[in-house]
Design a protein around this ligand. Structure first.
Ligand code: NAD
Length: 314
């Protein structure tokens, strides 16, 4: 049995769809604080998905959901990187404490052989090397990034101490249908409210790597199938990046509107918020050594995701 924590969320529900399409039986644990059971409706029709509406902060429940589980995909978290939208306590509880509770459950269960963790590019902070390799300095500049790094550290130590395989996938920006946070979702919701003006957080020159959800799920599956013994970190990033000003133009075009764009830098160097990483492109050499290749560029990914979300949300 495979457990997907956060399986009702954006990445989690796409992962569940893929696992079910490959014939696996999946248990989902999600408190539905941001995901939706609606995202799982197609997979649930197969009868191979069991949904537990519960919280990783509930230690007793974790022993029950880990029963007969040999593989865990740990996707549950508070994924909000903008500090003004989420207090540090929420990242501490839903990311660090939740991961610790899961690891304690895995240790007690003794049946789990593999753990795949959804980490983030934010563990690097402002990188000195771009594309950033996995062995670069880990100096997060957001509480969210720090919480993900703390989770990685715990996972590494538990994996080595208690003898299960584990991998931290450091996702760049993953985008596509069902996404309910981040820049594209933000732009679409703002333009839905008022198509004449678009407020952009930052000076628009922030440049980051975007990966379409299908490419991210391909990467997640390849690594889960081929990961070796012990612990490792793997970046999951596109080959290229795109500026926020270009994303604003693509989303406006897809929505058929021509808004006045207002840039609102939160810092003197043009970041969108304190803790925003301005330049992010990760080296994907390690991931490619497993045979993975992205199908869509960052620009194509943004265009596809904007179309997906416009048809879902408008
Ligand atoms: N989307 C991205 O670009 C991106 C990038 C880097 C890392 N990640 C990571 O990938 C994972 C999935 O992100 P997403 O974008 O799908 O976000 P999401 O919010 O759609 O999914 C997270 C899911 O976890 C659930 N959840 C949160 N706290 C929980 C708790 N205490 N107990 C049980 N369930 C809980 C939510 O209800 C939600 O369904 C997260 O760990 C996130 O930090 C995402």
């Amino acid at each position: 049995m495979i457990l997907v924590t956060g399986g009702g969320g954006f990445i989690g529900s796409h992962l569940v769809d893929r696992l079910v399409s490959k014939g696996y039986s999946v248990r989902v644990l999600d408190n539905f604080s941001s995901g939706s059971i609606y995202f799982l409706r197609n997979s649930m029709k197969t009868g191979r998905v069991e949904v537990v509406a519960g919280d990783l902060r509930d230690r007793e429940l974790i022993d029950l959901v880990l029963r007969d589980v040999d593989v865990v995909f740990h996707m549950a978290a508070n994924p909000e990187v903008r500090i003004y939208l989420s207090p540090p306590s929420s990242h501490f509880d839903n990311n660090i404490v939740a991961t610790y509770n899961l690891l304690e459950g895995i240790r007690r269960s003794g049946s789990v052989e593999k753990l795949v963790f959804a980490s983030s590019s934010t563990v690097y902070g402002d990188p000195s090397v771009i594309p950033t390799p996995e062995d670069a300095d880990l100096k997060p500049i957001s509480v969210y990034g720090a919480s993900k790094l703390a989770c990685e550290s715990l996972i590494r130590a538990y994996s080595l101490t208690y003898g299960f395989k584990a991998v931290s996938l450091r996702y760049a920006n993953i985008i596509g249908s069902r996404l309910r946070h981040g820049v594209i979702y933000d732009f679409i919701m703002k333009l839905k409210r008022d198509p004449s003006v678009l407020e952009v957080l930052g000076d628009g020159t922030q440049e980051k790597s975007y990966l379409y959800i299908d490419d991210a799920i391909d990467a997640t599956m390849v690594i889960a199938e081929k990961m070796g013994n012990g612990y490792m970190d793997i970046n999951v990033s596109n080959d290229d990046w795109i500026k926020v000003s270009e994303i604003a133009a693509i989303v406006s075009r897809v929505m058929g509107v021509n808004p006045k764009i207002i840039y609102r830098p939160a810092t003197s160097d043009g970041r969108g918020w304190v803790g925003d990483v301005k330049k992010m492109l990760l080296s994907n050499k390690r991931l490619k050594s497993y045979g993975w290749r992205p199908r869509y560029t960052s620009r194509e990914a943004v265009e596809r995701a904007a179309k997906d979300l416009v048809s879902e949300l408008l």
